[in-house]
Every structure is written in C-alpha cells, then in structure tokens.
Design a protein around this ligand. Sequence first.
Ligand code: IMP
Ligand code: MG
Length: 188
Amino acid sequence: MKETRDELVEIISRAEIEKRVRELARVINQEYRGQELILIGILKGAFMFMADLVRELTMPVKIDFVRLASYGSSMDSSGRITFSKDIELDIDGRHVLIVEDIVDTGYTLKYLKDVLSLKGPGSVKICCLIDKKERRKVDVAVDYVGFEVPRGFLVGYGLDYNEQYRNLPGVFHLNPSYEPKAYSPSER
Ligand code: IMP
Ligand code: MG
C-alpha cells in the first residue's frame, strides 16, 4: 500500500476558538443565571472544549462525563454507538448541558439526549463546538453552536483521527482532498 502523509489545513485558529468560547459562555451565563448547571461532556473529543468553556461560566457548576463513540477508526460514522461510561451525578430535576465537540449525523447526541431524559432532568440542552449541519441524518436540536462547518473531516482541539491530533490547539481539515463515501450526492 502506498504511504500517504496526512495533510492538515487550519480552518479555525486557537484565537478564534477562544473568542467564540467566551461568546458562547456569555449566552449560557445569561440563560442559567442563578441556577446550578450540570455539564456533561462526551469523552474523549469534548475534553478540551469542556475545560475552556467551564472556566468562563459564572453560575454554580458541576461536571460529569460520558464515554460514547460512534466512530471506529474510519472517517465515516458507523451509526452504531458504544456507551462505555455513564454519568455519576444525580441529574434528577437538574438543568443539564451536554457538551460535545462536533455533531455530524446527530446519532450520538440524539442517543445521549434520550438516555439522559430517562433520568428525569429538569432540562437538557446541547452545546457543541462544531456543527456539520449538512450531514445531519436525525433531527436533534443543538442549542449552542460554536462554528458551522459544511463538510470535511476535522481534527484538533480534542478531535481525533485514529486517536491522533487531539492536542492541536486549533481545528484542522484532515486531507481536504479526501471525500468520504457519505458525501456522494446520491446519498443526500
Ligand atoms: P454523529 O453521531 O455522527 O453526530 O458523530 C458525532 C461523533 O463523531 C463526534 O462525537 C465525534 O467524535 C465524531 N466525529 C464526527 N465528525 C468528526 C470529524 O470531522 N472529526 C473527528 N471526529 C468526528
Ligand atoms: Mg465526540
């Protein structure tokens, strides 16, 4: 097999992310002013966004994580979700904000929202750094969106490809010339 080097093209800089995270936090701070908020981050991708977002929040905050994955080692969503870590906090009657790195088909967030709703929270909203809206397969309301990106496979700022690149401080297009199968017009 021919060795091809990964090609990275920056699409969102560290400074742009910092600015946008502060803007999102301002809106969330207003919306939940004076109320306790439980943030639930989706591991692993959301760890960096969660860490930055939470430092900008001014209401009383608790933090928890779930571990979910819908991607194996490929760039296309499998649609099959593995749930390997549940929350540890009691969310009964509480305001919950799911924190996610990127929403693509929507399967992951729809699944998590449904699972969390069974635990009787007062409310469940979703905050996502990147929305790949054009790729949506199931309807899921994303309440706070950092950036909309139409297509492409992205890495950095928590996002990985085969567990690589999570540490990059900005968001990059990986191999912009690569066209995942799901992008073929016949499937839209
Ligand atoms: P969905 O279930 O198809 O919405 O997929 C969401 C999950 O797939 C995210 O939590 C990411 O972990 C992963 N994912 C989707 N798009 C990308 C991407 O462009 N780069 C890296 N991971 C992605
Ligand atoms: Mg993720």
